[in-house]
Design a protein around this ligand. Structure first.
Ligand SMILES: [Zn+2]
Length: 372
């Protein structure tokens, strides 16, 4: 089972390039395409188009939009290729399998791209990267982005908690997490920076989405993430623009946990990739059907303590990247905590993540009549 989770970006990519060959007998017109990153030609976004005779349905599986989360994503992509692709009808269902939307982040075990941009805050549909979207973030700058070398985890915790408590009074409880996670386009060295223009990775994906929606009637996407939500139950997350309620989707997919990305259910995001696909459909391909969701494999849990722990390591890792650490030990502790947030090593966690993924694949694909 552990062998499903690759050790390195290179191992993950090599496996993908090898195993897409196994799909060729079924989709004989399939082809691999690649986009090497500017300035890092050893790192690339790679994808397989497996096209059917009748372009009716397209199933998109994508990984590593948040680079570090791509190791779990790679395992889930392999589950799809091993156990689900073979059950789809190659006459009328095509595949677009995307290995590593953010290969630099995956290689360097970070969520962000080389410009420190969170790509899931960079898909701004109207192209206006407004610095004004998140006024609460500006109030919280001292908490979210300390500008000094980071200390050891233990030494940083008390001052961090003191600032969290202070900021719960003003601007208010709940608004800290909401402000952090919404994203921002004003502070290039801050956490959840969504960029001030579309990134190269984003432009590659935007082109693929336009091609996909032009060619296919029904578009289904599952994008792989880790880090948020309950530890023992993967969350299927759906952009708020999808018209179906989470309760209805949960019943339809026979899967226990479906949530909308909004402040009442999960959290609000500006510039997220899933919502972009719906907006593109609405603007340019109004007759097409879209369902774009994310699988979010929770790690720390969803208690208040877990949310504070997640925010703490997000802040400290960003501080480490921009300002360095006070000691090698501090750096080591920060990196270990960051790994625990996005790539848990425990076998029990990994087994459950794989089981949840299979259950959700089965439920979603069956509900749309995609499995034979
Ligand atoms: Zn993510």
């Amino acid at each position: 089972m552990d062998s499903l989770f690759p050790e390195t970006y290179e191992a993950s990519r090599a496996r993908f390039l090898r195993e897409v060959e196994l799909l060729r007998p079924k989709w004989d017109s399939s082809r691999l395409e690649t986009y090497p990153l500017k300035n890092c030609p050893d790192l690339s976004i790679d994808w397989l188009w497996a096209e059917p005779r009748l372009r009716e349905n397209l199933v998109v599986i994508s990984t590593a939009e948040h680079g570090m989360e791509g190791y779990v994503g790679s395992a889930m992509l392999k589950v799809f290729m091993d156990d689900f692709a073979s059950r789809m009808n190659p006459e009328k269902t095509g595949l677009l399998l995307l290995h590593a939307i953010n290969p630099w982040g995956m290689k360097n075990r970070l969520r962000v791209n080389p410009e420190h941009v969170d790509l899931n805050r960079n898909f701004v549909f109207d192209g206006r990267y407004s610095p004004a979207i998140n006024p609460d973030y500006d109030l919280l700058m001292e908490l979210l982005n300390p500008s000094r070398p980071v200390g050891a985890l233990g030494a940083e915790t008390i001052p961090f908690l003191a600032k969290v408590l202070k900021n719960m009074i003003y601007p208010g409880k709940g608004r800290i997490q909401a402000a952090a996670l919404l994203g921002q386009h004003r502070h290039p060295r801050g956490i959840y920076f969504g960029g001030t223009e579309p990134q190269q990775e984003t432009l590659v994906l935007m082109r693929l989405y336009r091609t996909a929606l032009a060619r296919y009637q029904n578009f289904f996407q599952i994008d792989m993430h880790t880090g948020y939500g309950p530890r023992d139950q993967m969350t299927v997350i759906v952009p708020p623009v999808d018209p179906t309620t989470s309760t209805e989707l949960s019943r339809k997919f026979n899967y226990p946990l479906v949530q909308k990305i909004d402040k009442d259910e999960f959290y609000a995001i500006s510039g997220d990739m899933g919502a972009y696909v719906y907006r593109l459909r609405d603007a340019e391909f109004p007759g097409k059907d879209v369902f774009a969701c994310g699988f979010e494999f929770g790690t720390f849990g969803d208690s208040l303590a877990a949310l504070i722990r997640s925010l703490r390591i997000t802040v400290l890792e960003n501080q480490l990247r921009h300002h360095g650490a006070s000691s090698p030990q501090a750096k080591k502790e920060i990196r270990e905590e960051y790994e625990a947030l996005f790539l848990p090593a425990e076998s029990v966690w990994r087994e459950k993540a794989l089981a949840d993924c299979r259950q959700a694949f089965e439920g979603i694909f069956s509900s749309y009549g995609l499995l034979q």
